[in-house]
Design a protein. Structure first.
Length: 420
């Protein structure tokens, strides 16, 4: 196995001093996008910073949220909207946390049951080469036909109400003219249970991160119809969720952890390391999927249909490149715009302030400014530019969220409250 790379940055306040090894307990869900945490623990990046990472596998995001709140974890592998939801006091246990570091981008996909996709082919004449929006428009035809014939609505699963999966699935559906709250039924299924739920015909489709989409395809029950890269390539995916109390009590440990994760993220992006990374991720105590499958996912080589059709997705998973670790406030505000759009929370100035408490670019900048990492000078930018567009072609300006939300034909207004 390759040894840790040559990156040797340390927090400026502790450089050159020997630091006793400190334990950091990290909760995670078995998904390929927790690769940076595995690499930091296994490749020596954490050890070089005087840290010992204890990675603890869990089954659901609500468990991750609760165990961070109950101080069973110090930090956690988290969905990018979770710190925002926590600051907005959404959910059954809204313990406020924050993120100073994103763990990467990409890896999500929308997978429909093979039976549903074959019905779409029959209705819309799909040959299997269509893009994500065309697939969505074909699904709209099926939804309308089911309504006309009195069949029950399709049931689609995402992994958590406050998740990139929920907002991306809804964004794709709405871009195709499907109202996710009126035309179909949306439900929650934890990532490791999605394939079983589809096999049991309890759901007709799901949005989840790797490897579960490809597992569904290779089991012959699922067909991938869209990826995160199709919906919004630069959408934040997972982040490091941090307990504020732990951060206040352990500021140096947090700094060292971010330095270790930064080095690990760069290591993960190096294709020469993907074989070793896949082998580590394949272990039962991590993801537990076949190493060969994880290697293909890391390179964006996707099997999308049980008939063997494949697709190469550029930058399907990015762990460091193009500022993938920077906690952009504009991306946090886009997430907030989707919470407003779907009636999970009202838009107001107090909400904006809480969102800004969830993503902490100033902490990232303070820790890594002296390193060789490329640190953005600003905290926000216009999202959805030509190189990384939204599937609907619109751009998001973080300065005018009400106008952005009002521009959607399908939305739920400014209601509050959401069931979990």
């Amino acid at each position: 196995m390759r040894q840790a790379g040559s990156v040797n940055e340390t927090p400026s306040g502790t450089k050159g001093r020997r630091v006793p090894e400190r334990l950091v307990r990290i909760g995670f869900i078995p998904l390929v996008d927790m690769a940076v945490l595995v690499a930091a623990a296994e490749q020596g990046f954490a050890r070089r910073e005087g840290l010992r990472l204890q990675l603890v596998k869990d089954v659901s995001w609500s468990n991750i949220r609760d165990r961070l709140a109950f101080r069973q974890f110090d930090v956690a592998h988290m969905l990018s909207p979770m710190p925002i939801a926590s600051q907005l006091h959404l959910g059954s246990n809204p313990y406020p946390c924050f993120t100073p570091f994103a763990l990467g981008r990409g890896g999500n996909a929308i997978t429909l049951s093979v039976d549903l996709y074959r019905e779409m082919q029959g209705v819309a004449g799909l040959d299997g080469s269509e893009d994500a929006l065309t697939n969505g428009l074909a699904l709209k035809q099926v939804v309308e036909r089911r309504r006309q014939t009195g069949r029950k609505p399709l049931v689609f699963a995402m992994t958590y109400p406050f998740s990139s999966h929920n907002y991306e699935f809804r964004f794709w559906l709405a871009a195709a003219g499907i109202n996710p709250d009126a035309d179909v039924t949306m439900t929650v299924v934890p990532p490791p249970l999605t394939v079983d739920a589809m096999t049991a015909r309890a759901i007709d489709g799901f949005c989840v991160n790797a490897p579960w989409n490809m597992i569904a395809v290779e089991k012959g029950v699922g067909r991938m119809v869209a990826t995160k890269a199709d919906i919004w390539p630069s959408a934040p995916e997972k982040v490091l969720g941090v307990s504020p109390e732990w951060a206040e009590e352990n500021p140096e440990t947090l700094s060292r952890l971010v330095v270790a994760l930064d080095a690990a993220a760069r290591w993960c992006d190096d294709r020469r390391n993907h074989g070793d990374l896949a082998d580590m991720m394949a272990r039962p105590d991590h993801v537990g999927a076949p190493s060969e499958m994880i290697r293909r996912l890391l390179s964006g080589q996707l099997t999308i249909d049980p008939d063997g059709r494949t697709r190469q997705v550029q930058s399907y998973m990015t762990f460091h490149d193009r500022n993938a670790n920077f906690p952009w406030l504009s991306q946090a505000l886009w997430i907030y715009s989707q919470m407003v759009r779907w009636g999970q929370v009202p838009y107001d100035e107090a909400g904006l302030a809480r969102v800004r408490a969830a993503y902490r670019p100033e902490v990232y900048r303070r820790i890594l400014a002296a390193s060789s990492a490329s640190v953005p000078a600003g905290d926000s930018k216009v999202e959805g530019v030509a190189t990384e567009p939204f599937i609907d072609g619109r751009r998001f300006s973080p300065d005018d969220i009400p106008a952005y939300v009002a521009g959607f034909d399908i939305r739920n207004g400014l209601g509050s409250g959401v069931a979990e």
